[in-house]
Design a protein around this ligand. Structure first.
Ligand SMILES: Cc1cc2nc3c(=O)[nH]c(=O)nc-3n(C[C@H](O)[C@H](O)[C@H](O)COP(=O)(O)O)c2cc1C
Length: 220
């Protein structure tokens, strides 16, 4: 499979079957992702791959936090208020998602319920939390993005769907508690993954991309 095929065929999945990925395959996937590049080769990623009984406990802890109405307290401030074309694209992705689900614009309750599925990992059997030392700041975050993309492409090549989730960095306390993470390790974001439920309407959501000229300038 070429990278072009992988990129042209992938889309975030938000509904999964319960088919698990064997531990040996998980290890091979994350071993390959170790080839990802990073600034000065510092390799800041500390990845927590959560499955099985720990996934159940983590899901319960996150739902408890959410139900208690706790305000998000992410370890890293990475949720800007999007402006102009960024805001338009943000709306575009929300419309693709809610359109696929048949949720009307004004139906706040249905939107909230759909949003809440982030913290039940969209029923995926596996979830990865991408963590790094808090002191690393923006260059660490750059490396983490490159790394997460590497993981998602390896998964896609293996026929495994995924969804990166900033939402999984919004409530770090229960994650830190269940996974016993030290305070200095920040949780940047997460990724649910597994085999996509092909019949789920949500997985029909498709987003667009800006024209090349809007994104790239060539200089001679
Ligand atoms: C860093 C990052 C955080 C994201 N956070 C979420 C999230 O919390 N919940 C969600 O459903 N999708 C999330 N997404 C998925 C994006 O919405 C999605 O990648 C984008 O709309 C493009 O659609 P596509 O992945 O289907 O091509 C995130 C993606 C990235 C890269």
């Amino acid at each position: 499979m070429t990278i072009a095929t992988i990129l042209n065929n992938r889309a975030s999945a938000r509904a999964f079957t319960n088919k698990k990925i064997p531990t040996t395959e998980l290890e091979a996937i994350f071993a390959l992702a170790q080839q990802s590049v990073s600034n000065c080769n510092v390799q800041p990623w500390q990845t927590m791959v959560v499955s099985g009984e720990t996934r159940e406990r983590l899901k319960a802890a996150l739902m408890k936090t959410l139900m208690a109405g706790q305000a998000p307290n992410p370890d890293f401030d990475w949720t800007p208020k999007y402006q102009d074309e960024h805001r338009e694209r943000q709306f575009g992705s929300a419309n693709a998602l809610y359109g696929a689900l048949g949720i009307e614009r004004g139906d706040k309750k249905a939107r909230m319920e759909s949003m809440a599925r982030n913290w039940t990992f969209f029923d995926a059997p596996h979830v990865a939390f991408f963590c790094m030392q808090k002191y690393l700041g923006i260059m660490g975050a750059v490396d983490m993005g490159v790394y997460a993309q590497t993981v998602s492409l390896i998964l896609q090549e293996a026929g495994i769907a995924s969804c990166m989730q900033g939402a999984l960095g919004q409530f770090p306390d229960p994650v830190r508690e269940v996974l016993k993470l030290p305070d200095e390790l920040g949780i940047l974001f997460g990724m649910s993954f597994g085999y996509a439920d092909a019949a789920a309407p949500v997985n029909a959501a498709r987003t667009s991309r800006a024209e090349l000229a809007e994104a790239v300038k060539f200089y001679n």
